[in-house]
Structure formats: C-alpha cells, structure tokens
Write a protein that binds this ligand. Structure first.
Ligand code: PLP
Length: 449
C-alpha cells in the first residue's frame, strides 16, 4: 500500500472524536493510525514501518495476516458466519478437538468465550460450583483481565480503581527471585518459601473456604517471571491436599509463546482448568476459552452449567483457530519460538545486558522475554517508580519513544520492556530488533546513577 497521509489524518480525527480507548486518559493519548500489517511488521499512513516486538497485546503469535488464517476466515464467512452455541457446528467441533488434543492431561472439554477475561470468569464460576466454596487465591504481580472477577484476581495496580473489596479474592506472593518477597538468595529457597507461604495462606484462610488457586503459568504483563523448577508441581500438591481447584491462566503464555504449545508443558503440570485466548487464533477474531478436566466436566454432566455467551464458539473465531493451530503445527511455529529464544533472543538480550547498565535482569523463554530496567544495578532500584505516571515515568516514556522512532514497536510496562515478537519471527528480524533495542537502551542508560 502506498502512503496516504490524508487518509491517516481522517482515521485519526474520527478516532479522536469518537473512539473511547482502554486504560487511558482520553485527552492525553495519541494513537498511531495503522494502514496495514504483514508478518512481523506493520506500517502507518505516512510510510513508516515498525518491527512489531509487542505482537500487539502479546497476541499475534502467528504474525500479522497469516494467509492461511485469512483464507479460513474468508471461507467460513462464505459458508456460515454465525450460529448459536447450542448447535454443533463444524468449525467449533474441530477447534475444540484440536485444542483438547494439545491441552495437558485430561483437560478434554472446551468452553469457548470471546477472550481471556471471560475465560477467567467462567473458570472461577466452575471452580466455585464444583467445590461449593467461595474464595479464590491469586498472585500479586498478575493480570487476569478487566471484567468483574478477573480484575479482582489481578495482582497489580490495574485492580485498584475497580476493587470492591468484597470479591472473595485473597492475594499471595508467587516466586520472583530478582525482587524476592521472601528475601531468598537462591531459586531453591525462593521456591520452597513461596510454597510454604502459599500453604500457610490456605491454612489460615480456611481450606474449606477456598475454591481455587489461579496462577499465570508464566506471569505475563506483570513481568514474565518464569517459575522455578518444582513450584507449579508444589502448587498442584497443595491443591490436591486441600481439595482446591488448580487453575492455570495461559491466556498470554499459551499457544507457542514460551516455545511450547502451553507453558505448563515445560514442567509437566496438569491443572484442573486452563484458560486460553490470544494465541489460540492470534486474535484475528476474538476467541478465548476454558479447557476443563474430566472431573470438573462431570459436575455438569447432569446439572446444567449456569453460564453462557451469545457468541460462545463463534464460527468465524473457531475457523480461524483451526487454521491457526494447523498452520502452527505444519510450519513448526512453536519450535521456531523455542529456537529463536534459545539461539537469538536469549543470548542477544544477555549480550545487551553486558553493555547497558540500565538492564538489571534478563529473563524469559521462547518469544517471551522481559528486561528489567533499573537506575542502579546494585540496589535494583527500578528505572521508574512502581506504577509511575507523568513526570515520574519520563525515563521509560523517552526509552519507548526512542524505540518507536527507530522503527521498533516495543511492549513497555512500568520499568520493563517485554520482548514479545510473533512466534514466526525469523533470525534476521530478531537480530534487527535487538540492534534497534541496543540503540534505544542508551536513552535508558542516561538515567542510571
Ligand atoms: N489473563 C492473562 C494472563 C492475560 O494476559 C490477559 C490479557 O492480557 C487476560 C487474562 C485477559 O484477556 P482479555 O484481554 O482477552 O480479556
């Protein structure tokens, strides 16, 4: 497509006049007008092209405009655009079959939703009805979505404005050695103390009041903290000991992001419920869901499940999931994510850390990496204060602006940049992105002590 600044200006003007944007002060934002996208890149109406190191909201795992997925949506639209959830529909049946074929253990039934938050809502509903217990435990430094239960489960400042204080949610600390809540010095200590803390929390809350423990397998937006070996198995044991439903939220970590189909596969852990969205069809059409164990599915075998959505298992969304999963399998996209992480991103980011004093820690796996930017490596003081806004956030804003000015679209959260390109990214694109990041990090370095 040729640049068309006049069309870009019209798109922007209508946006500013009428579109109310998520998470934003409406008068303080300046959204980029996007003209198109392909693979790892997108471009604006002025002819600027960006390497998408964000995968948007960490969802375009298969890249932009994958031809097989576009064709599947077009084909499904020609055949059957929409049909109510109560019917058996080919695209829905096949999507459920393909997903159940990849989820761990006996998670063989799929309840479809339109996205991640609704998946979390329904997982919590299933856990409460299955156990007859009211409370759910979730971690600080987590994100589970912006609807009622999901935002209450969320363990970061996005919850605060919506917290009713009465949602039946109790937060606990999950392991994070770099900023250890347990003052641990080794991964083993961190893991052991985190498990003891979680079990103590269960015991003191009263096990008979706890329906579920929910965790992101690898927490995403809150910082990409890969759990230490043994942690998730330990949580599984605690759940089994007290009859608690174990929910893994794989909305961000699932479908290739960590270099496996599901992050749970790294540790062979089997939850009772698993939520997914994003990468299931790269968000080409909104889709999410809950994968359900045989035991929980049995609860609703004779008793109706009291939940539903007009668009549950929408045919266009499901057809795009079928095409996405098949393309990911046929083209080795999950394997590519693992290899790029091991051979290019991991070594490349660690090499940047050797040269840039603003990098406090590099952590991640697959195409799921975080750089923790700090003012001072010794004290680990974050480059900007926790939940900084306005002037306080200026160093991160300047760093993000430097990335964008160089043609790299970053995913920035608090004092971190998340390096989260599509799972389809090739070696030369990943290396280009690292080179652009190298330049932009000099802006962050200027704010170190
Ligand atoms: N859970 C996790 C782990 C997420 O990362 C997100 C979104 O970023 C959600 C749930 C909510 O998903 P959605 O925005 O599709 O409602």
């Amino acid at each position: 497509t040729l640049p068309d600044p006049a069309l870009g200006a019209a798109v922007k003007a209508a946006d500013r006049a009428h579109v109310f944007h998520s998470w934003s002060a409406q008068g303080l934002i300046d959204p980029l007008a996007v003209a198109g996208a392909e693979g790892s890149y997108f471009w604006d109406f002025d002819g600027n092209r960006y390497l998408d190191f964000s995968s948007q909201l960490v969802n375009t795992n298969i890249g932009h405009q994958h031809p097989a997925v576009v064709a599947a949506i077009q084909e499904q639209a020609g055949r059957l655009c929409t049909f109510a959830p109560g019917f058996a529909v080919e695209a829905r049946s096949e999507a459920a079959r393909l997903i159940a074929g990849r989820t761990p253990g006996d998670l063989d039934k799929v309840f479809f939703t339109n996205g991640g938050a609704e998946a979390v809502e329904n997982a919590v509903r299933m856990a409460r009805l299955h156990t007859g217990r009211p409370k759910v435990l979730s971690a600080y430094r987590s994100y589970h979505g912006a609807t009622a239960a999901a935002i209450h489960l969320t363990g970061d400042p996005r919850r605060w404005p919506s917290d009713s204080g009465a949602a039946g949610v109790v937060h606990f600390w999950a392991p994070f050695l770099y900023r250890s809540p347990f003052h641990a010095e080794t991964e083993e200590q961190e893991c052991e103390r985190a498990l003891r803390h979680l079990e103590d929390t269960v015991v003191f809350e009263g096990p008979a009041t706890v329906a579920a423990i929910i965790l992101e397998t690898v927490p995403g937006t809150a910082g990409i903290m890969v759990p230490p070996p043994g942690y998730l198995a330990g949580v599984r044991e605690i759940c089994d000991r007290y009859g608690i439903v174990f929910v893994l939220d794989e909305v961000m970590a699932g479908f290739g992001r960590t270099g496996r189909w599901f992050a749970a596969d790294h540790w062979d852990v089997v939850p009772d419920l698993m939520t997914f969205a994003k990468g299931v069809n790269s968000g080409y059409v909104p889709l999410g869901g809950v994968a359900i164990s045989a035991e929980i599915a049995a609860t609703f075998e004779k008793r109706p499940y009291p939940g539903g959505l007009t668009y549950s298992g929408h045919p266009l969304a499901c057809a795009s999931a079928v095409a996405t999963i098949n393309a990911m399998a046929d083209e080795g996209i999950v394997e590519n994510a693992a290899r790029i992480g091991e051979e290019v991103l991991g070594p490349g980011l660690r090499e940047l850390a050797d040269r840039h004093p603003s990098i406090g820690e590099v952590r991640g796996t697959g195409v799921f990496w975080a750089l923790e930017l700090v003012r001072d490596r010794g004290t680990r003081e974050p480059l900007v204060p926790y939940n900084a806004t306005g002037e306080d956030n200026a160093p991160m804003a300047a760093f993000a602006a430097a990335c964008r000015a160089s043609g790299l679209w970053p995913f920035v959260n608090m004092n971190r940049i998340h390096v989260v390109p599509p799972c389809t990214i090739d070696d030369s694109e990943a290396k280009d992105g690292l080179a652009l990041l190298d330049e932009a990090l000099t802006v962050a370095d200027a704010h170190t002590v």
